[in-house]
Design a protein around this ligand. Structure first.
Ligand code: ATP
Length: 456
């Protein structure tokens, strides 16, 4: 199956089985937004929980915050977002459709990373680059990606706010609060999971490039004199190991180190993990050494002291930070595409999602072999209640026949199907059920009394 067909198959599965729907679908949608349905919300939540476990609970000195999406506009003036959080935009002069100039140039093998808009305009003219519809392109312009909004009833500029374009600044503005309330010693980290908004010129590739998305970010503060290289590698490894644990294989990840010329001027080193998405190898995670740029800017603009008192050295220092970041919607898509499998032919054809157990929306489904046999249904309900109490992520499924149920559960990535059949009720196998495994379709009889530990 080619990659384009694979992507289409995944998008259609997502809609059909309740993972992801177009945002505001009944009104024709809103570009760059998607809604997560019942199964997609569970999958996304499991990925988020796994990130919190790995990056917050399993790390010493890591503090989780949940800052407001709306922030004082001075935050974004201080960081430079108001002036320079821009994408280069270019119009098709005939259709008036808008495109990212750097993306169009990239498709022609030209790296526009360090170019000014004037340079991009010149190259487009020199090489006669056309829009995807074959028309001439206008001059390249700067387009600020922040979504502006008004807060309160006053229509003056003091009420201007922005839907945050990144979660990172919600962390930096709380640096002093965390320091004062938790009294951590360096190095320590502050983590945040939450929504971010960017007015992307061309949202595309399903949940890859959205206008409303979720980020999971850490700012890891350390003493400016502390060597950082080993720490940087540790975070890189941790990101890779975590992706592996949610089912994104290491061999589909490619570390990309930003060259000096393309890196933000304040960053000492930036390495992204790019993932082999069906539509190309593209950024999934980032890890940046941001020096003391953000704390420095916020100290300057807020007039607050954002330092750290080093007891040993008896002096105030401004910590530097490493920033590991990942987009939850991109991680979701990477998990889905990594798990997607098609196998068999004709009657034996099946599609399944080989999610790791802790990530799958449901750990298991429970079924009576036949739904018109009250004694099977009663026993199945009993087993269902027991498993549901233990695991929560358990589905009741009595649709169609058992073969179809297995196919339906395969398609949503349920690792186990538990079936209550006539043998469960009497005979030498009384008190046992059939457990059918998603990945190899094998079956095993398991005693109800052993079922919880078996599934664990
Ligand atoms: P890109 O170059 O793809 O636009 P970026 O380098 O601007 O991404 P960052 O600012 O580093 O992205 O954001 C951190 C993470 O947030 C990214 O690694 C990505 O996973 C996620 N992310 C960024 N923009 C989007 C978006 N429009 N939709 C979904 N996720 C996003």
């Amino acid at each position: 199956m080619n990659q384009k067909d694979k992507m289409e198959a995944i998008i259609s599965l997502c809609k059909r089985r309740g993972f992801v729907f177009q945002g505001s679908e009944i009104y024709g949608g809103l570009a760059g937004t998607y809604d997560y349905g019942p199964l997609g919300s569970l999958l996304k939540n499991n990925i988020r929980d796994s990130w919190i476990k790995t990056f917050v609970h399993d790390v010493d000195n890591m503090f989780l915050v949940d800052a407001a999406i709306l922030m004082n506009q001075r935050v974004w003036q201080a960081t430079g977002h108001v002036d320079s959080f821009i994408d280069p935009l270019v119009d098709d002069v005939v259709t008036k459709k808008r495109y990212r100039a750097d993306h169009l140039l990239e498709e022609h093998g030209i790296d526009a990373n360090v170019m000014t808009v004037e340079e991009m305009t010149a190259i487009i003219q020199e090489k006669g680059i056309k829009s995807p519809d074959g028309n001439a392109l206008g001059p390249v312009r700067k387009f600020n990606m922040m979504l502006e909004t008004k807060v309160g009833a006053m229509e003056d500029s003091s009420a201007t706010s922005y839907l945050r374009p990144e979660t990172a600044q919600g962390i930096f503005v709380n640096y002093k609060n965390v320091l004062d309330s938790m009294s951590p010693k360096l190095p320590f980290g502050i983590a945040q999971v939450g929504k971010a908004f960017r007015n992307e010129i061309t949202p595309r590739d399903f949940t890859f490039r959205l206008r409303e998305f979720e980020q999971m970010e850490i700012e890891y503060f350390f003493h400016p004199e502390q060597p950082w290289e080993a720490m940087f590698d540790m975070w890189l490894e941790k990101q890779k190991a975590w992706l592996g644990s949610i089912g994104v294989p290491a061999e589909t990840l490619h570390a990309y180190e930003h060259p000096d010329t393309a890196r933000a001027f304040y960053s000492k080193k930036t390495v992204d993990f790019e993932f082999e998405f069906p539509f190309g190898t593209k950024e999934l995670t980032g890890l940046a050494h941001r020096t003391d740029y953000d704390l420095g800017k916020h100290a300057e603009w807020s007039g607050q002291k954002l330092t750290y008192f080093d007891e040993e050295q008896k002096k105030h220092v401004v910590p530097h930070v490493l920033e590991p970041t990942v987009g939850l919607d991109r991680a979701f898509l990477a998990v889905l595409t990594s798990a997607y499998r098609e196998e068999g032919e004709g009657e034996n054809a099946r599609t399944y999602l080989a999610f790791p157990k802790h990530v799958a929306p449901a750990l298991c489904a429970v079924s009576p072999l036949l739904k018109n046999k009250p004694e099977l249904v009663a026993k199945a309900r009993e087993v269902y209640a027991m498993l549901k109490q233990e695991f929560g992520r358990v589905m009741w499924d009595d649709n169609a026949n058992i073969g179809k149920r297995y196919r339906r559960q395969d398609e949503i990535g349920t690792p186990f199907c538990v079936t209550i059949d006539f043998e469960t009720l009497e005979g030498e196998n009384a008190g046992t059920v059939t457990v059918r495994m998603r990945d190899d379709a094998s079956q095993k009889r398991v005693a109800i009394s052993d079922l919880i530990s078996f599934l664990k």
